[in-house]
Design a protein around this ligand. Structure first.
Ligand code: FES
Ligand code: FE
Length: 380
């Protein structure tokens, strides 16, 4: 049985062949996720909700960090506070001051320097790293696996030009991921997009899902037609003179919800980071391995039309349907083999053997009572 209200698969609510996937309302634990652009994180806190948890991002002495965005004293958001001392952050209400590395209270300013609260209360600190112009956060049990397990190798190439677009969207992250890897809709939903004005998408593609290195599964084309006869109806689609390029894209997906599409000399990535039930943060990244003038020209290309026409209008067509999708019930057809492949992969999501149910450094207790009650940090 799944957690029925947010189940996404199957013929009937309450009955699922993908129990892990259907239970992953707020995403899979034990993965690194991109959260925001590195360039958007400065000396001003950024408050986000990810995986159902309120999280404050902050840059201290050049280093990105992330804390539970809730002061344990009276429960207000830490992110409205400010920095009084390097390496710390102070709550706006009564001045409890938290060490940014451990999350522990190092001073309660309005209780004097000898406050007994020091060392006895704190907030969760999340593992954070920066790669490829993005701030990444680890969501799951400790110890965190190496971030390079979850950052696609293409992003670590030293010569690269990158364009990033981030939006918070309605829609379940699993519907967004399934839409991303869906074989069928690219040939119909996007057919009138300005981005493909000069391209001719196929009428249909039959594909298999194949496993590749580094945890990717890929749609592998077996058969296709750019135009075909539909009995009793006629030929479809119309071949347009100005559509000079015939396209067959190569799409792959891997956990925890990372899509990769090869467009020849550049690659598109997207992530569906769960925020609250039924919503997600949609992170798109276009990358070309290039340097010098070539890199500059790709940046120019990104900012003049790829961002607008592809990351914007084309993928906004997806946003509309992802928001509308209501399953179960669902009736799948042949092209949905891709979706089934992804669901099967998702059932094998990572488990950290013997992991602790906490972020990197959970403080020992909440101190409102001074008790030794264990600090529960990441239950979603
Ligand atoms: Fe944060 Fe009181 S609520 S110090
Ligand atoms: Fe699409």
């Amino acid at each position: 049985m799944s957690d029925a209200p947010y189940q996404v698969t199957g013929l009937k609510r309450g009955v699922t062949r993908y129990p892990n996937y259907d239970a992953a309302i707020l995403g899979f634990r034990n993965y690194w996720y991109p959260a925001m652009r590195s360039s958007d994180l400065g000396h001003k806190p950024v408050a986000l909700t990810l995986f159902g948890e309120k999280i404050m991002f902050y840059r201290d002495q050049g280093r990105a960090c992330a804390l539970e965005d809730r002061c344990p004293h009276r429960g207000i958001r830490l992110s409205i506070g400010k920095q009084e001392f390097p390496g710390t952050f102070t709550c706006r209400y009564h001045g409890w001051t938290f060490d940014l590395k451990t999350g522990l209270v190092v001073a309660a300013l309005t209780d004097g320097p000898k406050s007994p609260v020091c060392g006895r209360a704190g907030v969760v600190v999340y593992p954070v790293e920066e790669r490829a112009g993005l701030v990444w956060i680890y969501h799951g049990e400790s110890p965190a696996p190496p971030i390079d397990w979850d950052v696609p190798g293409e992003l670590l190439h030293k010569d690269r030009a990158v364009g990033i677009r981030i939006s918070d969207r309605p829609g379940d992250w699993r519907h967004a991921a399934e839409n991303g890897f869906d074989e069928g809709h690219g040939k119909y939903l996007h057919r009138d997009s300005i981005f493909v004005t000069f391209q001719h998408p196929p009428a249909w593609v039959h594909s298999d899902v194949i496993a590749e290195d580094d945890g990717w599964i890929t749609r592998s084309t077996k058969d296709f037609a750019f135009q075909d006869d539909y009995p009793g109806l006629g030929r479809w689609p119309k071949m347009r003179r100005w559509k000079t390029t015939k396209i067959l894209s190569r799409a792959s997906i891997r956990l925890p919800g990372t899509l990769r599409i090869h467009f020849g000399e550049w690659i598109h990535f997207e992530w569906y980071v769960p925020t609250t039930p039924g919503r997600h943060r949609y992170i798109q990244l276009a990358i070309k391995h290039a340097r010098g003038l070539d890199a500059l020209l790709f940046k120019l290309r990104y900012w003049t039309y790829l961002r607008w026409l592809f990351h914007g209008r084309f993928n906004d067509q997806d946003a509309r349907v992802v928001e509308m999708m209501e399953t179960p019930p669902e009736q799948l057809f042949g092209p949905d083999r891709s979706i089934i492949g992804w669901r099967k992969l998702a059932e094998k999501a990572r488990v950290i053997a013997g992991g602790e149910p906490a972020a990197a450094s959970a403080p020992p207790s909440r101190t409102e009572t001074g008790s030794t009650q264990q600090f529960v940090s990441e239950e979603s």
